[in-house]
Each structure stands twice: as C-alpha cells, then as structure tokens.
Design a protein around this ligand. Sequence first.
Ligand code: SF4
Length: 393
Amino acid sequence: MEPRAPLKTPADRKNGKHVKANDILPQGVYLPNNNIMAPYMKSPEYVQLSTAAAITLGIMGGRMHRCGCTRCLNLLLTYPEGCRANCAYCGLARHREADRDYADRNFIRVDWPAVPMADIIDIVASDPDNSPFHRMCISMITHPRSEDDTFAVLKQWTDKIDPEAIPVSILSNPTTMTRDDVQKTKDLGADIFTVALDAATPELFDTTRGKGVQSPHKWSKYWDIMLEARDIFGPQKFGAHIIVGMGETEHEVLQLVQDIVELGGHSHMFCFFPEQGSLMDHLPATPRDQWRRVQLARYLIDYRDVRVDQMKFDEFGRVLDYGIPEAELADIVNDGTAFRTSGCPGKFQDDISACDRPYGDSPPSDIASFPFQPVKKDIKKIRKQLKIPVEVE
Ligand code: SF4
C-alpha cells in the first residue's frame, strides 16, 4: 500500500497563485467544478459543507440513496490556496494544486460545495429544536489561519444557535495547535474534540501523511493534542478518526481502538477508498471481509466492553474469534448497528452516530459504512462478507 510520489507543482500554480491573481468576488453557493477563480472565497465568511449537508439544508437539489437526510452538518474551512498538507489518500491534498483549483476538488468520494457561513446559520437558527441535524462539526484543514477561523466559525454558530440544541464537534488539525487552542474550542461551546489520526500505526502515519509524502504531520503531535483534549473535554468527549485498510493489520488497528477506549475516548472509522487524483488512487479499496471484521470488533470494544485481548487473531493479524459467545455475536450482527457509520453521537442513542457521512467511504452499490439502519437484505450481505456462519432470524 505504497503511495505514489507527488509530482512537482508548476511555480505559477503553487499556493493558489493563479487563483489569487484574479479579482473576482464570490457569489452565493459555489459548486465544485464551477471552475471560477474565487480568490476571496475563504473562511470564516465561507465554509465548505458536504453534499449530504447541502441537500439536507435545501441549498442543493438531489437525493441520497436510501437516506432522507444527514444528521450531521459537516463543515470544512476553505481557502483559495487550500490545505497545505499532502496526505496521500485525500482529495484535498496540496499536490493536487498542480491540476485542480482547491474549490473544484472533492474530499473523498463526495463534493463539498462552498457556502457563506451566515446563510447556513440563518437556515438552522430559524428552528434549531426541529432541525434535522443532531450535530454540527467543523473540520479544520492545515492552514496558518485554521485556528482563528475555527474560533470565528464556532462563535458565529454558538452566538445564534444553542449548543445544547445542536452540539458541536471539532475535527482538529493538531499540527498547528496548542493546548490553549483546544481549551478555546471548549470555552466557545464545542462538545466533542477529535483528531484525524487516520493512519493506524506511527510508520503508516509517516508514509501516508508525514515526511513520506512531504507533508508536515507527526504522529506524536497528534497524540499530544488528543491527550490535551482528553484532559480538557473529559471522558467520551474526545476521540480519533482512523482509516482501515492502508496497510495495517486488523490486530494493529483494533489495539489502537482499545488504547483509545482505555483513555476514555472513541474511535471513528472509515474504510479506505482510493480517491481518484490522490497519491493512493492506484491501490485497492479495503476488502469487505477485512472491513466488516474490524467494524464488528471495533463496535464490541467501543460499546460492549469486549477487550482486544479476549479476541483471537491468525498469523496475519486477522480476527478469528471475537471473544464472546456465538449467540451473543449473532444478535449483535443481526442488530446491524455495528455496521452503521461511526462517529460522534446524535440524539437517537450513544452507539448511533449523528455523523452518517452518506457514501463517504464507498459507492452505494457496495456500502462500507451504512448511513442508515441496515435491513434484512443488508444483514444477509454483511454476514456473507464477514464469512462467519451467523444466522439471520
Ligand atoms: S490535513 Fe486533512 S484535508 Fe489536509 S490533506 Fe490531510 S487529510 Fe486532507
């Protein structure tokens, strides 16, 4: 699972130079592939939001396969020069400035249109108690203005919308953050603080988002900030994003899940998808049997008090036994919650994520993370993918 090397960016496209050479004001909603230079379209006035959130808000038309709406308003800071990191699996990585303006790139699998923050707040603030959103999340990217603009976006939100009605999560960029920054997000009303660790081991982290791809991130800094968040936000209010299938073993990723649980946090999982244009677009998506085993085991560790050392693994680190009786395992598989998208909780129950990210890690034809409750036909498919003889009633 080696990323390819980034190509050299021509000087006239570095750091969004050719976009910033224009003098065009942004107007309303900007859809990726509009291909309009938008040098002033930046946070905190503008943010990007997931296509699912834009459809749910009514800003964009469209329908999502088997989903009425998304429960999480996912926002992303935006700048004409884009993210300054170079993560190998990410559609927003810096090397892509060679062939695509930042505003026209997608994240992973889905487009993120750019919208004035004030417009979003106006829509949600009109009736927060009856909003479809159970949570809002601000994703920071790697940029020198990222902290200040996160504070500004968060403040704009909490000034008008009670965070008790719609709690806020921060998906942080530890590389440029200090403990005081983490504290400030809490003081401004954030509820949960997460770090996008993404890679499951220090070596993979370095290869996919550190010096292996000329990117600035360091595993140790991500852990430092996660531990600050644990201290400041407290148990169950911090966690890490982890991508499964970038070269780690199932045992390695599940040990990481266990370590985070022991600290008092949660892990939010993504199935690796080879995003076109990324430095890993030549690599295979995570095989479904591997993904399902990790999804199920992670659910048991995170929500059913099963420990990784109760489980059994083969010589390749694959899960052989989940450490609980077969009948109990069958009930959990048949319930289906373990296979839903994982993330910060919404208003239904603790183990159902508000952040359902429809089709953010797979196509609808071969769903990895279910953005809805799997039904009987889905469970049948999951059971086949798991390759374990669990009967559906
Ligand atoms: S820091 Fe985040 S947005 Fe930037 S390249 Fe890495 S994964 Fe993508």
